[in-house]
Write a protein that binds this ligand. Structure first.
Ligand code: ZN
Ligand code: ZN
Length: 146
């Protein structure tokens, strides 16, 4: 490895370590902040109920694939509740739940974070997924012209 490559790889390692530290800290903070909600026995029950009713990711299903749901997502963030009562109401509202695979769950939160929104629809996740796929594979138009 040349000297410059060594330096570059050291810098990359340094940043990855920082990023990892940051993510660890953030997930610890989140557990502390939201842990009591996720430990709620009614939430655990509802979560199991939803998974048993809808074991397939709802976005994958809309895209015509059957992928097991790994996560139960709140359509409207329960953290958006103005007070404890509202937060619990959103947390424990069966109609506020969506079964998602890991990657669609990530996308749902990416969209909400990027657009600063408290909720996202299945249709919006499908569109976002399509956009990511096109960015990765090139648009169908480009592919046809190749
Ligand atoms: Zn999915
Ligand atoms: Zn979620």
């Amino acid at each position: 490895m040349s000297k410059i490559e060594t330096i570059r790889s050291n810098i990359t390692k340094h940043y990855e370590k920082k990023k990892e530290e940051y993510q660890k800290r953030r997930s610890r903070d989140n557990r502390y902040k939201w842990g009591k909600y996720y430990q709620d026995s009614k939430w655990k029950f509802l979560r199991e109920l939803k998974i048993s009713h809808q074991p397939i990711c709802e976005v994958c299903e809309a895209e015509g694939r059957a992928v097991p749901a790994e996560h139960i997502h709140h359509i409207r963030r329960f953290s958006s509740g103005v007070d404890e009562f509202e937060k619990y109401k959103l947390l424990l509202d069966y109609n506020n739940l969506m079964s998602l695979c890991l990657s669609h769950h990530k996308m749902a939160h990416e969209i909400m974070n990027n657009e600063n929104k408290d909720m996202v629809t299945i249709g919006e996740i499908v569109k976002y997924d399509e956009k990511l796929r096109q960015a990765y594979l090139g648009s169908p138009q480009e592919a046809r012209n190749k």
